[in-house]
Design a protein around this ligand. Sequence first.
Ligand code: SF4
Ligand code: SF4
Length: 73
Amino acid sequence: MAKVDIDKYPKASLDINIRWCKGCNLCVTICPKGILSLDELGKITVDKPEECIGCGLCEGTCPDFAIKVVKDA
Ligand code: SF4
Ligand code: SF4
């Protein structure tokens, strides 16, 4: 699991384009908070969005650019 300094990142929300998600599971595996999973259709879903720390690992890992991390002001 990747190590992330959770105090370094502001809270963030995720802008997800479900149509581009192919269900490869990479983002689920790399998320240091373990808040991502695949739904019954094999599409990415955010289980606990309030726990996202905005580290950007999911966005950087997704081969299909389906996730965009938006920093909350
Ligand atoms: S930015 Fe992505 S990888 Fe990082 S905590 Fe949020 S959902 Fe998980
Ligand atoms: S890395 Fe991208 S394509 Fe793979 S499951 Fe996550 S959102 Fe979907």
